[in-house]
Design a binder for this molecule. Sequence first.
Ligand code: ADP
Length: 396
Amino acid sequence: MEQVVRHPGGFPVVGIIGGGQLARMCQPPAVGLSLTLAVLSEGPQAAAALVVPNAPVGAHDDVETVREFARQCDVVTFDHEHVPPEVLAALEEDGVPLHPRPSALRYAQDKLAMRERLGDLVDCPRWRAVGSVDDLAAFGEEIGFPLVLKTPRGGYDGKGVRMVSSADDVADCADWFERAGSDPLLAEEAVDFTREIAVLIARSPSGQAAAWPVVETVQTDGICTEVIAPAPDLDDDLATAATAAGLRIAGELDVTGVMAVELFEVVRDGRPGYVVNELAMRPHNSGHWSIDGSITSQFEQHLRAVLDLPLGDTRARSRWTVMGNVLGGAEPEHAELYGTYKHLLARDPGLKMHLYGKEVRPGRKIGHVTVCGDDLADLRERAAHAAGYLEGTITG
Ligand code: ADP
């Protein structure tokens, strides 16, 4: 691997395993802080490799490759949660400062481990580890249908999540157990939620923690399409309880860096409450609004946290921020994204564009747009318009 070039002045090198959009979005705040990023990238065209000069190509699951990469870095963090335990163990053995540490990261890598660990800390759905259709049927009989069946590892954007509507549906899940082999799956109650919300926390190795305002996340076909910050009409007590839950998880699990907690808002005894859906220990889609909408973005905060620097102010800059995810369109002509700029930027001078340099594939998250202001309905319309125009579903 080529030698990483450092900024003069004693500034550290932050290594990120994985060259996706999260690593890419760390680059602007790294420039501001004069930090050097190094990214272990999947390929020369990966989202982060296009903007970070130190982006050696290498496999995140190859122990020696990752070791060699880490030797050049002062701290190492992650673009995704897929680095295998044996690679993490080797880095720990080498004394590499890893954030989050593998002892915390495992709860974001494995939904069964997460459910087991969080049960005593915060409100969670009822769940069971199931190894067969018979186990699934028994769990359904016990707590009732519908249930949700999940692969504990490697799921994203709703892939790896299946609704099991009734007892008649259980037999159709046989192929899920076949694919899982001897590994159990996670079955949980289908939560009757009013909406999905998320809490974003940053925590440093010395224990300083900060939370952003709780946001609403809107999903379409299992994919997050819109985030509203702060969550409209959120009950004050629920905002406090949800934030406290996030801080508690971060503290108890000794999380370092940014962590997102995805929650379902529910009604319990006539009052708003929450149950925890899942954790991500890295900057997260539900926090992209913070680039334009908060005094400190989640990407800057993640860099500060992993370096154990004081954390920044997490307050919102505007009354409302709306983030719209841009998904790859179905039509190949919409791959020419630059062609949309004249119309979009002229139509809405307040629009902030964040494209990831990714090849357009149908349904793939290729960027996001953000608008900030006072009129929520107007902001939602503008974000949806821009995302739709980029996706090719809106033409005017
Ligand atoms: P992924 O890791 O793919 O993001 P999630 O566990 O977040 O998977 O699930 C994706 C979506 O499926 C959630 O955003 C939610 O809409 C729905 N979902 C997941 N778990 C449940 C559940 N227990 N009850 C109801 N809906 C669920």
